[in-house]
Design a protein around this ligand. Structure first.
Ligand SMILES: Nc1nc2c(ncn2[C@@H]2O[C@H](COP(=O)(O)OP(=O)(O)O)[C@@H](O)[C@H]2O)c(=O)[nH]1
Ligand SMILES: [Mg+2]
Ligand SMILES: [Zn+2]
Length: 296
């Protein structure tokens, strides 16, 4: 690296320009011609080195290797997905949570489960479910954007990382971000849904810098349609608690479905694996198989 080059993160890309955050500065950069042939096109989240030209302009000289890549929306180096649901209005759909968990696992992105609207629900009702997710290794946060409960914990999780929020609309994703970073002033409620519908053309995501360090992605993460691309035999590896059981199944190709002597099915009978997790797996497996049969 040349002496005056600096390191930064691409936070926004517009026609030909890349906005690079470096420390507290935002530098508007162009891409060096020789970089335009790289295998991947540059995208937000990429770490780059740039040579400054003037006070807030520069040229991108190198793109550093990526740790991860999220396809929809396109973001490099996502450190974690905050899978957000509401304790009430709308009530948690556990099957949908499992779908998001599968997508996070399949993308190699660590997931945190965040349950919002704590002020509207009885925590005891959710506990049996949330305990299972914690036991298989997912951090669980219970928060309320309205009362501020748990917001500090969420904030701590975001510090120094690139985070994408995912979850159904109306659960309070934008409200949570506003509670963490009031300066963001994201639109919430029904109005945001109306605007959102007309906004499908913005394919490129943007990273919003947090005052405490770290970034959040401005568009909800993951597309549930991605399941059509997953090979059915890959699905079993996205359920964490199934992974170490596979060695005990009679067949190494076991899909834990109709095969005899299946360790996963046995674990469900013994209450070692939650029955609803297994059911969501079967539902998803069937869905993927049916979709792919139709396509080929
Ligand atoms: N009672 C309660 N309402 C909330 C909470 N967080 C968000 N809301 C409300 O839920 C609705 C949807 O919030 P929004 O942030 O737009 O959800 P998003 O679609 O996930 O971004 C809004 O009317 C918010 O005021 C909370 O913690 N408690
Ligand atoms: Mg929103
Ligand atoms: Zn099995």
């Amino acid at each position: 690296m040349e002496k005056n080059w600096q390191i930064g993160v691409v936070i926004r890309a517009t026609s030909g320009f890349y906005y690079v955050q470096s420390g507290t500065r935002q530098v508007s950069c162009k891409l060096r011609g020789r970089l335009k042939q790289t295998r991947y096109s540059l995208c937000v989240g990429d770490r780059v080195t740039f040579s400054p030209a003037g006070t807030d302009e520069g040229n991108i000289e190198e793109v550093l290797p990526r740790d991860s890549f999220l396809k929809r929306p396109e973001v490099a180096n996502v450190d974690q997905a905050i899978l957000t649901f509401a304790a009430s209005q709308p009530q948690i759909n556990w099957g949908l949570l499992d779908r998001f968990l599968v997508l996070a696992e399949y993308s190699g992105i660590p997931a945190v489960i965040c349950v919002n609207k704590l002020d509207m629900a009885d925590p005891e009702e959710l506990k049996p479910f949330l305990d299972v997710y914690e036991r298989i290794g997912y951090p669980v946060l219970q928060v309320s954007a309205k009362t501020g409960d748990g917001i500090h914990n969420l904030q701590q999780r975001l510090y120094g990382k690139i985070s994408v929020f995912a979850g159904p609309s109306g659960v309070g994703k934008s409200s949570l971000l506003n509670a963490i970073e009031p300066g963001l002033q994201l639109v919430t409620g029904e109005l945001s849904q109306k605007i959102g519908r007309g906004k499908h053309t913005t394919r490129c995501a943007e990273l919003l810098p947090l005052a405490g360090g770290g970034y959040v992605v401005d568009t909800p993460g993951f597309s549930l349609t991605e399941f059509v691309e997953m090979p059915p035999e890959q699905l079993r590896f996205q359920y964490r608690e199934f992974r170490d059981k596979l060695a005990e199944c009679r067949f190494s190709s076991c899909l834990h479905y109709r095969e005899p002597q299946c360790a996963v099915k046995l674990a469900v009978q013994n209450d070692e694996i939650a029955a609803w997790r297994y059911e969501s797996y079967l539902e998803l497996l069937t869905e993927i198989q049916l979709t792919q049969q139709r396509r080929f």
